[in-house]
Design a binder for this molecule. Structure first.
Ligand SMILES: Cc1cc2nc3c(=O)[nH]c(=O)nc-3n(C[C@H](O)[C@H](O)[C@H](O)COP(=O)(O)OP(=O)(O)OC[C@H]3O[C@@H](n4cnc5c(N)ncnc54)[C@H](O)[C@@H]3O)c2cc1C
Length: 457
């Protein structure tokens, strides 16, 4: 890329334009997944919508690859590239709450931590993920699964409107009233359709919750999973709870002699009246003896950030696989019982998130997110510090995934997938895929936005 072209870009951009010659480039090129080592030609750390338009136009006119980076958590590392342009939203993290309308507007780089602390001050929240460091942008555009999904739907079900810069550099508002086809596609289609500069969400009254993790012996896996599938099918929708395989970290609430042991855990969040929390948790305490737990009343943002330390940015290698599940059959439970306990590192996890309840009542063609008839979204998340352990950890994820695949749906949640899952794109969207392709042809016929789980025009 010539100096003149870069100078022209700099002249148009209020934020930082960082090339390999500039201080800060080494940091600017990195993403959350330490396995990803790419060298973009330029990172545009945007300060406003005008900067986004300039960066989009620049990438398109220069025929360069373009990455969009919200919170940077993409497991395949779509938020950076070799030799192209990165739109980096890390300087645009503002969140404005309207407590009267119960809505909030988040800029494209806000994390769920930014969002939750802003809305919590008003006793409000909406569905986000289970850790606080993930970006609102990528998580919402792909779906948005977390503690509040059963009660309030996916994050994208709470999206009221989005400000978007399209591939031709235009600014559009997408909502039920404006550019409805684009709004439909954004809700599940990921970063395929434009650069979202801000998101407007519906909020709900959630302030303090009753929640936390409970650890059970591995011998109880079958019991716990069979209990969980029955329980969660009819549990009150204020209950968000998921089973997990987890190696015990060295935390004070876990007996010291059990640190490093593997457990089957249930992590739960009761978002109903806090004083009913203990009673709401009774079924978990009845199913099997709890070895260790850290549950109780707490502000919602505290639970949302409780596990952040297990997943430090830029220090772990990530390789994940995912599938949607309608029924957690005995055969599937047998596979979990075999592969879950082999979890290789304290950072890795297997979670079975419930997506029944409010998310399941939305029609499959109401948004691009098609798997409304699935009850669970399973993720096998391999996360480990040493690149030398890549082979063993990736093998654990693949073997586990292969074992549960026959008992799962063909498609999976796009936000939990790796770079080698592109062949499953059509399956992820089922009956919505052809409409998505049509909308892609309208808004991005040349596939400028292709560094994502790509819907090719
Ligand atoms: C530790 C960890 C925990 C997670 N927990 C959850 C969870 O609880 N629930 C859940 O649903 N998911 C979860 N995820 C998955 C998460 O939803 C995806 O990784 C998601 O892509 C992250 O969004 P981001 O903005 O942080 O990532 P980025 O890497 O910045 O973005 C990912 C992709 O989203 C698109 N994108 C990002 N910003 C924009 C924008 N402003 N406009 C248009 N497109 C954009 C781009 O295609 C980009 O490549 C988790 C991931 C990690 C690593």
């Amino acid at each position: 890329m010539g100096t003149i072209a870069l100078d022209e870009l700099r002249a148009q951009v209020r934020g930082d334009v960082i090339s390999s010659e500039d201080e800060g480039y080494e940091e600017a090129r990195k993403v959350y997944n330490a396995m990803i080592d790419r060298r973009p030609a330029v990172v545009v750390r945007v300060a406003n919508v005008g900067d986004v338009m300039a960066a989009v136009n620049f990438a398109r006119e220069s025929s360069l690859n373009l990455s969009i980076r919200g919170g940077g958590h993409s497991v395949p590392g779509f938020g950076t590239n070799d030799g192209g342009v990165v739109i980096d939203f890390s300087s645009m993290r503002g969140v404005r709450v309207d407590p009267v309308a119960s809505t909030a507007r988040a800029e494209g780089g806000a994390t769920w931590g930014d969002f939750n602390t802003a809305t919590h001050a008003f006793g409000l929240a909406t569905t986000g993920g289970v850790v606080s460091t993930t970006g609102v942008a990528g998580l919402t555009l792909g779906g948005g699964i977390g503690y509040l999904t059963r009660g309030f739907g996916l994050s994208l079900d709470n999206l009221i409107s989005a400000d978007v810069v399209t591939a031709d550099g235009r600014f559009l508002i997408a909502s039920e009233r404006d550019n409805e086809d684009l709004f439909w596609a954004l809700r599940g289609g990921g970063g395929n359709f434009g650069v979202v500069t801000s998101f407007e969400f519906r909020l709900h009254p959630v302030k303090d919750i009753y929640g936390g993790p409970m650890f059970f012996e591995l011998g109880e896996v079958g019991n716990i999973l069979r209990f969980y599938r029955e329980y969660i099918a009819g549990a009150p929708e204020q209950m968000g709870a998921f089973p997990a395989f987890q190696i015990a970290p060295p935390l004070p609430f876990i007996p010291e002699d059990r640190h490093g042991d593997t457990f089957i855990a249930i992590v739960a969040c009761w978002a109903g009246p806090v004083e009913e929390g203990e009673k709401a948790f009774q079924p978990f305490h009845d199913v099997a003896p709890v070895v260790a737990e850290h549950v109780g009343p707490m502000p919602y943002p505290v639970l949302n950030s409780a596990f952040d330390a297990l997943y430090p940015a830029g220090q772990l290698q990530h390789y994940w696989k995912a599938s949607f599940v309608k029924e957690l059959t005995d055969e599937a439970i047998a596979m979990h019982t075999e592969h879950g306990p082999q979890i290789p590192t304290v950072n890795s996890a297997m979670h079975i998130y419930p997506i029944n309840g409010a998310a399941g009542r939305v029609a499959p063609d109401a948004t691009a997110f098609a798997y409304r008839d699935a009850n669970f979204a399973t993720v096998i998340a391999g996360m480990w510090p040493e690149p030398g352990q890549n082979e063993a950890n990736i093998a654990w994820v693949r073997n586990y995934y292969d074992a549960i695949a026959p008992h799962s749906e063909e498609g999976g949640y796009i936000n939990f997938m790796s770079g080698d899952d592109q062949a499953r794109i059509r399956a992820n969207y089922k009956g919505n895929y052809d409409r998505l392709v049509g909308i892609k042809r309208t808004y991005d016929p040349d596939n400028l936005f292709h560094l994502n789980q790509n819907i090719a025009p």
